[in-house]
Design a protein around this ligand. Structure first.
Ligand SMILES: Nc1ncnc2c1ncn2[C@@H]1O[C@H](COP(=O)(O)OP(=O)(O)OP(=O)(O)O)[C@@H](O)[C@H]1O
Ligand SMILES: [Mg+2]
Length: 238
C-alpha cells in the first residue's frame, strides 16, 4: 500500500564533501520534511553554503547518501537534480542583471507555463508586476531578491534551498521575503534556509540544525535551541 512517507523531503546520511583535497563537511545527517521550513544556522565559515551546494550538486560529496523524495541523487549532475525538483537560490541573487524582470521570469518558466509563472510571481510580489520591463540590475537590492525568490515558483520544486535571502535588506523587505517563504512551505514544499537573522529564521522554522566547523552540533526544535548551551556557544549568545 502507498503510505505517506515524506515523499517531498531531503535526506542526507553520512555526507562528507569539500573543495579539492580539503574536506569541509564531515558525516552530515540531515532531513528536511515536506511542507515546512528547516533552518540551518552556524557562524561564518561553518559550512552552511557548502552544505547547500553539496545538496544541489555544485560541490561533490565523497561519502554518504543524498535522497530527494526518497530517490537517491548523490551522484546526479546539478541539472538532473533541478529536473527532479530541487531549487537552489544561492547567496548573491543569481539573476540576469541585464535582462528585464519579465525575461528573467520567463527563463524560469517551463514551456507553456509562462503566463502562470508571471501571474504567481506578480501576485506574491506586486512590485515586480510594475517593473516587468525594467532591467533587473537597475532595481533595488530588495526587489532583486524578490525576483530571485520567484525561482521557488518555477518547475514546482519539491525542495528549495535558500542561502542568505535577507542579506543587506531593510527589515520590512525581510518580512516580505519570509512571509513568501512561509507561503511556499504551506503549499507543500520542503524548505532549507540559511539566514543571518537567527530569531526570524527560528520563528519560521519547525526544525533547526546548527553547524560548527563542518559538523552538525545541534538538531531539534527551535524552542529546544533557546534553552540550549549551543545557542550561546555557536550563535553569538543573545
Ligand atoms: N570555493 C571554495 N574553495 C575552497 N574552500 C572554500 C570554498 N568555499 C568555501 N570554502 C571554505 O569552506 C568553509 C565553509 O565555507 P561556507 O561558505 O560553506 O561557510 P558558511 O557557513 O556558508 O559561512 P558564511 O556564514 O560566511 O556564509 C570555509 O572554511 C571556507 O573558507
Ligand atoms: Mg554562506
Amino acid at each position: 500500500m502507498n503510505t505517506t512517507v515524506e515523499t517531498n523531503s531531503l535526506e542526507l546520511v553520512g555526507v562528507t564533501s569539500g573543495y579539492g583535497t580539503t574536506t569541509i563537511l564531515r558525516n552530515i545527517d540531515l532531513t528536511v520534511p515536506a511542507g515546512s521550513v528547516t533552518a540551518l544556522l552556524g557562524s561564518n565559515g561553518a559550512g552552511k553554503s557548502t552544505l547547500l551546494k553539496t545538496v544541489s550538486g555544485l560541490v561533490h560529496s565523497t561519502q554518504g547518501t543524498i535522497r530527494l523524495g526518497g530517490e537517491e541523487i548523490t551522484n546526479l549532475p546539478t541539472n538532473r537534480r533541478a529536473q527532479k525538483g530541487l531549487c537552489h537560490i544561492p547567496e548573491g541573487r543569481a539573476i540576469f542583471r541585464h535582462l528585464t524582470v519579465r525575461e528573467n521570469l520567463l527563463l524560469q518558466a517551463g514551456p507553456g507555463h509562462e503566463d502562470e509563472l508571471l501571474a504567481r510571481c506578480t501576485e506574491a510580489f506586486p512590485i515586480l508586476g510594475q517593473r516587468l520591463n525594467q532591467r533587473a540590475g537597475s532595481m533595488s537590492g530588495g526587489q532583486q531578491q524578490m525576483l530571485a525568490m520567484c525561482r521557488a515558483y518555477a518547475h514546482n520544486p519539491k525542495l528549495i534551498l535558500v542561502d542568505e535571502a535577507s542579506l543587506g535588506l531593510a527589515p520590512i523587505l525581510v518580512d516580505e521575503i519570509f512571509h513568501f517563504l512561509r507561503q511556499v512551505a504551506d503549499e507543500g514544499a520542503a524548505l532549507l534556509i540559511v539566514d543571518q537573522f537567527i530569531t526570524r529564521a527560528l520563528a519560521l522554522a519547525s526544525k533547526v540544525y546548527v553547524m560548527n566547523r563542518g559538523e552538525i552540533v545541534f538538531t531539534g526544535k527551535p524552542s529546544d535551541l533557546e534553552n540550549d548551551d549551543v545557542f550561546r556557544r555557536y550563535l553569538g549568545g543573545d
